[in-house]
Ligand binder design. Structure first.
Ligand SMILES: [Zn+2]
Length: 218
C-alpha cells in the first residue's frame, strides 16, 4: 500500500511531457521551517506519480534546469526555493514550464539580460539597479522604442509579479522582496514582449490540464 503524503498545493502542471514517455509532471507549493530565519518559508516540489524507470532522473533534470534558469536553490530534500526565501509563485511557474520544455541532455543556460524584440527589431536590455530594481532600455530611441520599453516592462511585471516603480517612462520595475533575481529576469524576458499571447496560452493550457490530468492526484 502506498503511503499518502501531503505534497502541497499543485500550482502548475505539464499534463504530457513530450521529452519523457508523456508522463505528467506537477509543481507543488509547500511551506517548510527554515532554521536560519526561524520562519516557515515557501518551497517548491517537482513531482510525478509515474512509476516508469527513469522518471526520477527526468524529475532531477527538471529541478537542475530550474536552478539554472531561475537562479533557485535546493534543500537537501530536493525542494526548490529562491535565495530571498520569498514565494515568487508566478515566476516559479514560468521557470518550471520553461525547464520542462528543454530536451533531455540539453543543459539549461542562464539567459542574458538582453533580447532582440522581433516586433520593433530593437535590442532590449534590462539593467539591475540593485535592491530588486530593474530598468528596461533599448539600443535606439526611434522605432517606437518608448512604447516597446513600457510594454516589455509591463510584461516582466505581469510574468514576475513585479511592482511598478512610477517613472515617467514606465521603464522601471522591482521585486517586492528588494533583492536581485538576474537569472529570473533573463528567463522572463524571453516571453515579456508577447505577454498577452503567453497569458492566453496559459489559460488554455490550464483548462486542458484540468481535463487531461489524471484526477485525484493531489
Ligand atoms: Zn525575491
Amino acid at each position: 500500500m502506498r503511503r499518502i503524503v501531503d505534497i502541497g498545493r499543485r500550482i502548475e502542471l505539464i499534463p504530457i511531457d513530450p521529452h519523457f514517455h508523456d508522463i505528467t509532471i506537477g509543481l507543488y507549493h509547500q511551506q517548510i521551517f527554515d532554521e536560519t530565519t526561524g520562519k516557515d518559508i515557501p518551497v517548491f516540489l517537482v513531482h510525478t506519480y509515474s512509476q516508469i524507470a527513469g522518471a526520477p532522473e527526468r524529475i532531477e533534470e527538471v529541478i537542475q534546469s530550474m536552478q539554472t534558469l531561475g537562479g533557485m536553490l535546493k534543500t537537501t530534500e530536493g525542494l526548490l526555493y529562491f535565495p530571498c526565501k520569498n514565494v515568487h509563485e508566478a515566476a516559479c511557474r514560468r521557470v518550471f514550464l520553461e525547464a520542462c520544455k528543454l530536451a533531455p541532455n540539453n543543459p539549461a543556460e542562464t539567459r542574458p539580460l538582453n533580447i532582440l524584440d522581433k516586433k520593433s527589431q530593437l535590442t532590449i536590455t534590462v539593467d539591475s539597479a540593485g535592491a530588486g530594481i530593474y530598468q528596461v532600455t533599448a539600443n535606439d530611441e526611434g522605432r517606437g522604442a518608448a512604447r516597446r520599453i513600457s510594454a516589455i516592462a509591463g510584461g516582466l511585471m505581469k510574468l514576475g509579479e513585479m511592482e511598478d516603480i512610477k517613472t515617467d517612462n514606465k521603464d522601471t520595475i522591482s521585486f517586492a522582496c528588494g533583492q536581485s533575481h538576474d537569472a529570473l529576469i533573463g528567463l522572463l524576458l524571453i516571453r515579456a514582449p508577447n505577454v498577452r499571447v503567453v497569458l492566453r496560452e496559459e489559460e488554455m493550457d490550464a483548462t486542458r490540464g484540468v481535463l487531461s490530468a489524471p484526477s485525484q492526484q493531489t
